[in-house]
Design a protein around this ligand. Sequence first.
Ligand code: PMP
Length: 357
Amino acid sequence: MARLFNFNPGPAMLPHSVLLRAQAEMLNFNQTAISPLEIGHRSSAFQNMLSSLQDKIKKIMNIPNNYSILFLPGGAQALFSIIPMNLGKKKSTADYFISGSWSELASKFAQRYIQINNNHIIEQHKLTNKNTWNYNKEAAYIYYCPNETINGVELIEFDNPYNVPVVADFTSSILMYKLDVEKFGIIFASAQKNLGISGISLVIIRNDLLDQAMEITPEIFNFKVQQENDSCKNTIPVYPVYIMDLMMDWIQENGGVEYFAKQSLIKSGMLYDYIDNSQFYVNGVDKSIRSRANIPFDIINNNLNDHFLTKAQEKGLLNLKGHKLAGGMRASLYNAMPVNGVEALILFMQQFARENT
Ligand code: PMP
């Protein structure tokens, strides 16, 4: 069967070679003759893989030794609640910098556990004046989302004037550019985009933040408890961890984050250039904050959206419908999307524009 291009925002397209490897190893995890679907999480074969996966992530992301790597059940939305619980023992407020739907939801969830100081930092698809942003020196943490998957907004640089720990939701942009991990207190991401499949989150946490949990924090969501138990306090989602391991091998084989950073700029640049130069499509996000991972766009005559989506699907260009909160279309270009997928999309968009002008 011909391989299609899946532009879904998540669960997202996986590299073909990762799927083939998962298929080849389905009945034999690491020479055990046991499927990775049934391997015991406390078996030495699985534990060895878990610790080698941590080493791979450390190397790929250049993570200093004073950080821990956790794999937690539940996706990023679970962490929206778990993070304030884990950081709120000594300080009663947190600063939330809202740039789109996901940071907004995170702030709403966190309000149950900690007092929130919200800054709405994007208005009319533009960054507001940074001088008006209100930081609280005493905050337990600063929270922001470097890539807003629904809104197509990316914030690479983020000022932190008071050395408050920065917590960042990298769910849709992890491993798409190099990060200086030391600038963060916590980096977290759901796995189903650049890290594999759904069911687990990666949490990278500076060790001094491990003992700040409120009493109410559930055991399996307590970062310190999980760190002490190598993320196996309970049955870790085994298969998503296994797929993450395959993904890390694939990242390394391809030249690491440097390679994918270049690729992501090439792919998103091609699509933005085409949209900006067309009279038919539009992306309204200010150029300085456009996402390289998720590119929302509209047809100027939006009566044509459904027709566009049907025709795209016929060409094997799947899941281009925008999120219901944003409408229009959205192309998600994570690391597994090859350049020729984006070329095929642009060719189709050109043809559709010609036929419908
Ligand atoms: N944060 C961001 C930036 C996301 O893109 C998503 C999901 N698309 C989430 C959080 C929520 O993730 P989950 O569905 O895994 O809870």
